[in-house]
Ligand binder design. Structure first.
Ligand SMILES: Nc1nc2c(ncn2[C@@H]2O[C@H](COP(=O)(O)OP(=O)(O)O)[C@@H](O)[C@H]2O)c(=O)[nH]1
Ligand SMILES: [Mg+2]
Length: 214
C-alpha cells in the first residue's frame, strides 16, 4: 500500500495532476496507456478546493485543506492513497496541511512548474522538516516550455541540475524526474499520460521510505 504526497508551491499543478489521474481512472484510460494498469477510484475528496474571487477578474481555485484520493489496483486489489495539500505557505491552515502530509506520506513527489522561477518554488521545502531521503520530482507544465527541441532539452537539463543540487544540500536524493502536462492538450497526450504513469510507477516501485529529518 502506497501513501504518496504531492507537494509543491502554489499553482504548480498539484490539484490538476491529481484530477487528471482521477480522470484517467474513471474514464478507464489508465489501463490502455503504455505501462498502464486497470484501477478504480475508491474515494476522492476535493472539498479543500476553494474558489477565490478576484475583483474585476476571473478568480481561481486555491487548495485550503489537502485533497485526497484512494484508488485500487483492480487485479491485485492493492489500495493506495494520494494526498495533495495546498501550496500557500503563508496561511497557517494550509501550512499545517503541508506539514501533516509530509509526515504521513511514505513517498513524496515534489512538483515544479517548469515555466517559473525555481528559486521561489524551493521556499516551500524550507518549511518541511521531515522529508524522505529520496524523493521524486515532477516537472509539470511541460507544454509551456518554449524553444526548439534542442533548447528545450538544454533548459530541462539545467532545471534538473538545479533541483538535484537544491535537494542534495538537504541530503535528499532525487530518484527520478517525470515530465507532465496536467491540462488536456492534444499535442501533449504523452505528457498527459505521464501524470497517470508517474503515479503507477510510484505505487508499483515503492522504493523510498519516509524516515529522515533534517
Ligand atoms: N499550461 C498548463 N497549465 C497547467 C498545468 N497544470 C496545471 N495548470 C494550470 O495551473 C493553474 C494552477 O493549477 P493547480 O492544479 O490549481 O495548482 P496547485 O496550486 O499546485 O494545486 C491552473 O490554472 C491549472 O489549470 C499544465 O501542465 N500546463
Ligand atoms: Mg491545489
Amino acid at each position: 500500500m502506497a501513501i504518496i504526497g504531492l507537494m509543491g508551491a502554489m499553482n504548480v499543478g498539484k490539484t490538476a495532476v491529481l484530477k487528471m489521474f482521477v480522470d484517467y481512472v474513471e474514464k478507464e484510460k489508465i489501463g490502455n496507456i503504455k505501462d498502464g494498469l486497470d484501477c478504480k477510484i475508491e474515494k476522492k475528496d476535493f472539498k479543500g478546493e476553494s474558489e477565490i474571487e478576484v475583483k474585476n477578474g476571473d478568480g481561481y481555485n486555491k487548495t485550503i485543506t489537502p485533497n485526497k484520493v484512494v484508488f485500487i489496483e483492480t487485479k491485485s486489489g492493492a489500495n493506495h492513497t494520494l494526498f495533495a495539500p495546498g501550496g500557500d505557505r503563508d496561511r497557517a491552515v494550509i501550512r499545517m496541511g503541508i506539514i501533516t502530509i509530509s509526515r504521513i506520506a511514505r513517498q513524496i513527489v515534489g512538483l515544479f512548474a517548469i515555466d517559473e522561477s525555481l528559486k521561489d518554488q524551493f521556499k516551500l521545502y524550507d518549511l518541511i522538516r521531515y522529508m524522505p531521503k529520496k524523493i521524486h520530482v515532477c516537472l509539470n507544465k511541460y507544454d509551456l516550455l518554449e524553444g526548439t527541441d534542442e533548447e528545450k532539452q538544454k533548459n530541462l537539463e539545467k532545471k534538473k541540475e538545479e533541483i538535484t543540487n537544491y535537494f542534495k544540500k538537504r541530503r535528499i536524493t532525487v530518484e527520478g524526474f517525470f515530465l507532465t502536462c496536467a491540462i488536456d492538450k492534444p499535442d501533449f497526450i504523452d505528457y498527459n499520460d505521464n501524470t497517470a504513469r508517474m503515479i503507477l510507477n510510484l505505487v508499483t516501485n515503492p522504493t523510498s521510505t519516509n524516515s529522515s529529518s533534517s
